[in-house]
Design a protein around this ligand. Structure first.
Ligand code: EPZ
Length: 422
């Protein structure tokens, strides 16, 4: 298994370009199942999770042209003239929960699907009850056995669905399913993330009728068929936030090209409160530091609140801030595993249930640490950038799920970082 080795102490300076959003690309690529026509995508990030979803789509019979994509310009063409299989197998769904999003499109277009339930993952239980509740309301018959969900419907019909929680995945699954249903669907208490707006835009470019994406009530008027499209994936706001923190914590001056600050309001407001200097324009975000980082309290919330996917990275910044920060994780029940590794680097973090009390330390010291999940892995690298000495991060396969060439991007900003093939 590969390791990443970081020598701390270098200020990051210069320009970095943010990649396409993993969490937008996954549902958008899956939505190609909804039409027999060719679907062209630009700025698809070259990530392990994208490879996983392409493997799953290939297994269903989707034609995939990834020559351009593998040459890293991010262009990808998918075409589902038909499917030869209706099953998403356990080995793929267990590695990546987003695979479960094929359920809605398969039932909507082909009337059937057999998808493994995702089970749990490192950061907590990953239930799917809201996905199933919505599909049943739309007329699908759902059976669960042997770890699989089997769903059938002659044709889904529009329904009014209330989500008990603003689940991102359930909102995406049900929007996709509703595009080909008979009649109108209303999803209430829908998730409002920018990735859902990007999915809705793609579906409307295919002839879908999706309104209200990005608000808590989404209306979808079903159509008989969708056509192909050409769509550019939005930039990755979580990668953006990770680079903002890396620039701030090293006292650097970094221009994040292509970033969209409007996707990170709550996060950027908290960074400003912490004393980070931020400048925005249409082309991106410039991050500088001006004096000490101040401790601020953080509570993760559904969008537009502070994103849970930036909690680990923010914890590192608070580990070297001037004061005490109370961080509350309200989305996932086990998303503080990075704290145990940061403690080994000298961070002073007290865990109390879903709350972490972070006392700013004078400095962190480099150490061998272990990545436990995607966002924890990048937080350990950020800690290594500012730690005194050498930090060796193992199990970086977690990192490769969601960050495209991050060691190259960081070294181009001046970091002393290298990947040791293992
Ligand atoms: C998406 O996961 C993201 N993944 C996650 O990013 C992100 O952390 C999460 O949304 C929250 O923002 C992708 O977009 C691929 P949810 P998802 O359904 O859809 C509960 C990363 O690092 N819930 O909004 O799985 C669930 O238990 C990943 O890129 C139900 O109770 O998240 C959780 O507590 C990690 N029943 C909460 O909702 C359901 O049927 C949020 O889950 C579904 C969800």
């Amino acid at each position: 298994m590969d390791k990443i080795v970081v020598q701390g102490g270098k200020r990051l300076t210069g320009e970095v370009t943010v990649s396409g959003s993993k969490n937008a690309a996954l549902p958008v690529l899956i939505s190609s199942l909804l039409t027999p026509e060719p679907c062209r995508y630009q700025r698809v990030p070259n990530l392990a999770d994208i490879h996983t979803i392409l493997k799953l789509l290939d297994g269903l019979g989707v034609k995939i042209d990834k020559d351009e994509w593998s040459r890293n310009n991010g262009d990808l063409k998918l075409q589902t003239e038909t499917v030869t299989k209706f099953e998403a197998p356990y080995d793929l769904v267990k590695t990546m929960r987003a695979s479960f999003l094929v359920l809605g499109p398969l039932v909507a277009r082909f009337g059937q699907a057999r998808v493994s339930t995702p089970g749990g993952c490192a950061i907590g239980a990953r239930p799917i009850n809201l996905h199933l509740k919505g599909l049943e309301a739309m007329g699908a018959t759902i059976e669960q056995s042997h770890g699989y969900v089997e769903a059938k419907a002659t044709r889904l019909r529009g329904a009014r669905v209330y989500l008990d929680l603003p689940s991102v995945g359930a909102t995406e699954n049900l929007i996709m399913a509703a595009t080909l249903a008979e009649g109108t669907t209303l999803i209430e208490n829908a998730a409002k993330e920018p990735e859902i707006e990007d999915l809705a835009n793609a579906l409307n470019e295919m002839g879908g009728k999706v309104r209200g994406a990005g608000t808590d009530i989404v209306q979808i008027d079903g159509v008989d068929a969708l056509h192909g499209l050409s769509h550019q994936i939005i930039p990755d706001r979580i990668e953006t936030g990770s680079f903002v923190i890396a620039g701030a914590i090293t006292g650097g001056d970094v221009w994040i090209k292509g970033a969209r600050p409007e996707h990170l309001d709550a996060f950027l407001i908290k960074l400003k409160e912490a004393g980070v200097l931020l400048k925005f324009d249409a082309g991106g975000i410039r991050v500088q530091r001006n004096g000490k980082i101040k401790s601020v309290d953080i509570t993760t919330l559904p969008y537009p609140g502070f994103p849970t996917d930036l909690q680990a990275q923010m914890m590192v910044l608070m580990s070297v801030a001037d004061g005490v920060s109370v961080m509350t994780e309200t989305i996932f029940e086990n998303r503080f595993m990075h704290a145990l590794e940061l403690d080994r680097m000298g961070a002073q973090i007290q865990l109390e249930g879903n709350r972490a009390v972070v006392r700013g330390a004078r400095e962190l010291s480099g150490a061998p640490v272990m990545a436990t999940d995607l966002r924890a892995s990048v937080s350990l690298i950020i800690a290594g950038l500012v730690a005194n000495g050498t930090t060796e991060v193992s199990r970086v396969y977690h990192l490769d799920r969601g960050y495209e060439h991050i060691e190259t991007k960081l070294s181009e900003l001046g970091a002393r970082i290298e990947r040791i093939k293992g």
